[in-house]
Design a protein around this ligand. Sequence first.
Ligand code: BT5
Length: 256
Amino acid sequence: MLKDYCFEYYESVDSTNDRIKARAHADEVQGLVISAGQQTAGKGRIGRKWESPSHDSIATSLLLRPEEISLDAIPTITVVAAMAVRDALYCLYGLDGQIKWPNDIVLDGKKICGILTEMELKDGKVWYVVVGIGVNVHNKNFPKEIAFKATSVDLELAKSEGGQGHRNELTNEIWNSFKKYYNIFIETQDMTGLKEEYEKHLANRGNRVRIEAQEASYEATAIGINNRGELIVEVDGEERIIRTGEVSVRGIYGYI
Ligand code: BT5
């Protein structure tokens, strides 16, 4: 069960995930949150880069030490974190984002948030987990390579009544919301209590997607998730389960 947080903020770090890892090695307890104004080496999945320029975005990471958790349940924590970010954006700003399984929040077909969950084992058991969340808040421009597929809170608010996001406020709301969902998840170590709500916001649901795995790439229709938070797709009338990991799910039209 996740109870209290201890918040720390730094102007600039390499990666908030890496700062949490260092503290995990120094025996820090569950609940430490490290946030930063900017990251000089922000990370995405599988060695990708995450852009978190000076004070425009949120870069925040949490240390978890789940007791007796099975290794299989760890990727599901990313799915839980995506629900929390979606919820926070909606509650604070009325931004009705969708979840692009497993780790993105998208608005109007563009990515506003990415999540990177990492963990380390000790003696064959999960020693600690880091949940890292990046959200674009004030960004007006993005590097050329991602400009077509990235958006921010302020850019989205400008499309309706205007207004601005607030990084502190949003960070707090995200972690409050995460606590709510995580404590439901940890009871069963799966999505039993969350699946129904999750699927309402699943961007890929019912849509054609391209599954890009290392060994093969194919088109499928996304159906939903199972209780382990894995994506269920249909290919030629047969259901397949897509696990998180080295798989990209791309919409055939546009970024989703
Ligand atoms: C992610 O990876 O989306 C995970 C991002 C996690 C970032 C947080 S920030 C706090 C914590 N500390 C870290 O070092 N990391 C975490 P992935 O699904 O692999 O997507 C990465 C891809 O998203 C890149 O290859 C770009 O195409 C795109 N991208 C990079 N920066 C972006 C941004 N600011 N907004 C939207 N898209 C971006």
